[in-house]
Design a protein around this ligand. Structure first.
Ligand code: GDP
Length: 428
């Protein structure tokens, strides 16, 4: 039979190549794929990181030949924030859902130590949203609005010196999460010879600090040469302008100065065309693919490993999802039991302590009661003694009073009889 497992393997894995004796039609598969993708539309997400006023918004307008909304950012932001806007663009019959995310307030604070954090958090949040969608039972990835960042344009100030520590720290924190394309912003502010030295300095600083920037791929023959050449031009020195000036008999995007005009799309003036070529016209798909296969894959792997999932167990046997789930569940239940036991022990201990405290208080109360009772008895006895002595005194007083009254009446009687005797004697 034709469809044995042996015959369905790919070339080079032992399957047999058979000639076709007529047109079958599967050569239309690439066209089918293209049609399907075109119908579905594409999405592309760019993150612009750089200090306020470095020309991020202007460059986006210049790159996409339009005016995206947005007021100039202020320099008085208390922290770094990310502003995201999504636009639907159409060119020929191709629809592009473009999201531009820009840092607001980057480099405006005195303490810039944590400036990279909101950017890392934003990138991770987009990965997390995609992962959550992937983990759903009912996934709708085909029309899911993918907000993962495909390219990060890192705007370097045209100082002509070296990279600021803020730039190095931020790029280092981002390089495993996103495709970084460093660009020297407002490069009309730097002379030609300074620019050459500045590019070399930046490249060597990136290498010595181990910052991985996006390399245009050279594995596809059709673009290997141009990409190889362009890699050597990094970081691109760009100029942005939406102003159109008449140069010769053509209208061109340019910036006009008292001393002359700089043309955005003139390759001897700046690398804008190289950036547009590399970012949009040659490598947009690779940037999307790298985001999915490299950066998102890393995020997903770390996240799943954190959750306890592995591909193989310690004996290199495939790890089943069910086993992992059960192991994790048992681990969780074990921990819950331990916590419950610890709480119970703590409760028992607290009850014992409270009991001892109450017993001590009760003992103290008893002692106090006994003390007061004794005091009361002593006091009562003293009062009784006092009462008895007072009673005795009263009785003695009464006796003395009665005796005195008796004496007084006897004296009065005796006095009366003597007066009568004297009156008698006088009459006689
Ligand atoms: P953002 O805060 O980074 O978005 O910067 P903007 O795009 O708002 O630009 C800030 C100012 O810089 C504006 O006045 C722009 O006209 C000017 N600007 C933008 N790009 C360039 C450039 O390439 N060269 C020069 N010299 N100025 C530029």
């Amino acid at each position: 039979m034709l469809f044995s497992p042996e015959r369905t393997r790919w070339p080079g894995e032992g399957c047999r190549t058979v000639p076709l004796s007529g047109h079958v039609g599967f050569d239309s598969l690439p066209d089918q794929l293209v049609n399907k993708s075109v119908n579905h539309g594409f999405c592309f997400n760019i993150l612009c990181v750089g200090e306020t006023g470095l020309g991020k918004s202007t460059l986006m307008d210049t790159l996409f030949n339009t005016k995206f909304e947005g007021d100039p950012a202020s320099h008085s932001q208390p922290g770094v924030q990310l502003k995201s806007n999504t636009y639907d663009l159409q060119e020929s019959n191709v629809n592009l859902k473009l999201t531009i995310v820009s840092t607001v307030g980057f480099g405006d604070q005195i303490n810039k130590e944590d400036s990279y954090k909101p950017i890392v958090e934003f990138i991770d949040a987009q990965f997390e949203a995609y992962l959550q969608e992937e983990l759903k039972i009912k996934r709708v990835l085909h029309n899911y609005h993918d907000t993962r960042i495909h390219a990060c344009l890192y705007f370097i100030a045209p100082t002509g010196h070296s990279l600021k520590s803020l730039d190095l720290v931020t790029m280092k924190k981002l390089d495993s999460k996103v495709n970084i394309i460093p660009i020297i912003a407002k490069s009309d502010a730097i002379s030609k010879s300074e620019l050459t030295k500045f590019k070399i300095k930046i490249t060597s600083e990136l290498v010595s600090n181990g910052v991985q920037i996006y390399q245009f791929p050279t594995d596809d023959e059709s673009v290997a040469e141009i990409n190889g050449t362009m890699n050597a031009h990094l970081p691109f020195a760009v100029i942005g302008s939406t102003e159109e000036l008449k140069i010769g008999n053509k209208m061109m995007k340019a910036r006009q100065y008292p001393w002359g005009t700089v043309q955005v799309e003139n390759e001897t003036h700046c690398d804008f065309v190289k950036l547009r070529e590399m970012l949009i016209r040659v490598n947009m798909e690779d940037l999307r693919e790298q985001t999915h296969t490299r950066h998102y894959e890393l995020y997903r792997r770390c996240k799943l490993e954190e959750m306890g999932f592995k591909d193989t167990d310690p004996d290199s046997k495939p790890f089943s999802l069910q086993e992992t789930y059960e192991a994790k569940r048992n681990e969780f239940l074990g921990e819950l039991q331990k916590k419950e036991e610890a709480m119970r022990q703590m409760f028992v201990q607290r009850v014992k302590e409270k009991e001892a405290e109450l017993k001590e208080a009760e003992k103290e109360l008893h002692e106090k009661f006994d003390r007061l009772k004794k005091l009361h008895q002593d006091e009562k006895k003293k009062l009784e003694d006092k009462k008895k002595s007072l009673d005795d005194e009263v009785n003695a007083f009464k006796q003395r009073k009665t005796a005195a009254e008796l004496l007084q009446s006897q004296a009065q009687q005796a006095g009366g009889s003597q007066t009568l005797k004297r009156d008698k004697e006088r009459k006689n």
